[in-house]
Write a protein that binds this ligand. Structure first.
Ligand SMILES: [Zn+2]
Ligand SMILES: [Zn+2]
Length: 387
């Protein structure tokens, strides 16, 4: 499987993915009717660039229209829909495998007809699980992924969908300019290096600037990647930070947070998740800095809008998966700390208490909000923890 994944990876990556090459700016003014299949971008004969130089503040064109960023509630996973002022769209991550159909129908509800830019921050299944479904449902423009393989079927499915749809992947790395269109710019500020021990540090980190406002979408980047971003000299300042790695304590170092200094933080996280995300110390850091925190587990899908001058954030309360017990409720308080939550193994169809010593691998976990729900789903009781 490893060799196969590596082979497909080799096949789908665009030729222009050598070290430190900026990609060509996207054709930001093109209409909706472009052909789906794209030729691999030609290697621009430019010297390696410093990552994401901020454009000069004063002479920039005045922002027109609205930038909308939807942080979809996909439980313990990430998926972010961006609608650019000119009508183009970008999807960053696509939740878990089971979220694919829900994301597709949500995007259709939002009037999305084409995804101009698709970013898989890194190959973990809670970020690209639903991506094959999305790729098969919409015409796709450019695809960005870090150049690192992962030996899971979920990852392979995505590579196959990319290949089957005649798409090419542009290597995601710091310094890549995704699009530049008047007052709007989208670029990548990570990964700055390669060969990371932890797959999370390969995360593509997306910086969106619109007028005088900015968003930073940190994927699952952890401390090591954060310090590289800091030393790269990239402009990290943002009004809205999609907090790295579901708010775990391995991300959001104080130095990084200070450089970003957001007004708002969004944490994409599942209620009662078995990892204890978000970490209390991360929440304390954010709150201590006076940052307003939004969480998908409590607020459902979150919409951040910018007119180029100001950002406003709204709790939409909607969810991709049905939310139990009060589906779609706005700001439902998380009942207790994981009380009444159970963890199923999607392979063995056995469910456990969160404290069980034989919990399944993270990628095989299914969270049930009640015993009844687990039993109804056909899961059997673990003999060890007797849920
Ligand atoms: Zn994740
Ligand atoms: Zn991850």
């Amino acid at each position: 499987m490893e060799a196969l994944a590596a082979f497909i990876l080799f096949v789908v990556f665009a030729v222009a993915s050598g070290p430190s090459q900026p990609t060509q700016p996207g054709s930001a003014t093109s209409g909706e009717s472009e052909p789906v299949a794209q030729a691999p971008p030609a290697a621009p004969a430019q010297p390696p660039v410093q990552p994401a130089q901020p454009p000069a503040e004063t002479p920039g064109p005045a922002p027109e229209g609205k930038l909308q960023v939807y942080f979809l509630d996909v439980g313990q996973a990430d998926s972010i829909l961006v609608k650019f002022p000119g009508g183009q769209t970008m999807l960053v991550d696509a939740g878990n495998n089971d979220d694919g159909p829900g994301i597709v129908s949500y995007l259709k509800q939002q009037g999305v007809k084409k995804i101009d830019y698709l970013v898989a921050t890194h190959p973990h299944s809670d970020h690209l699980g639903g991506m094959d479904t999305v790729i098969n449902a919409f015409p796709i423009g450019k695809v960005y992924m870090p150049k690192v393989a992962h030996t899971t079927k979920t990852y392979e499915d995505v590579l196959r969908a990319i290949q089957a749809n005649g798409l090419k992947v542009t290597a995601a790395r710091a310094g890549v300019s995704v699009l530049q269109d008047g007052a709007l710019s989208v670029s990548l500020v990570a990964p700055c290096g390669s060969g990371y021990e932890d797959l999370n540090d390969w995360s593509a980190v997306v910086k969106i600037k619109f007028g005088s406002t900015a968003f930073l979408l940190a994927g699952d980047a952890r401390g090591p990647s954060e310090s590289e971003m800091l030393t790269s000299g990239a402009d990290l300042k943002a009004d809205v930070l999609k907090v790295g790695h579901h708010g775990s304590r391995h991300s959001t170092t104080s130095a990084f947070l200070k450089a970003v200094s957001p007004k708002y933080a969004v944490i994409s996280v599942g209620a009662g998740n078995p990892y204890g995300h978000p970490a209390p110390e991360t929440l304390a850091k954010l709150e201590g800095a006076g940052i307003q925190v939004f969480r998908t587990d409590r607020d459902g899908t979150i919409l951040a809008e910018s007119d180029g001058k100001t950002v406003t954030v709204k709790k939409l309360g909607t969810s991709i998966q049905p939310r139990a017990p009060n589906s779609g409720a706005v700001a439902a308080p998380v009942p207790g700390v994981k009380s009444g939550e159970y963890i199923g193994n999607r392979n063995s169809k056995i469910f456990h208490r969160p404290t069980c010593t034989s919990l399944p691998e993270p990628q095989n976990r299914v969270i049930f909000t009640s015993r009844e729900e687990a039993i109804k789903a056909g899961y059997r009781l673990c003999k060890r923890c007797r849920p």
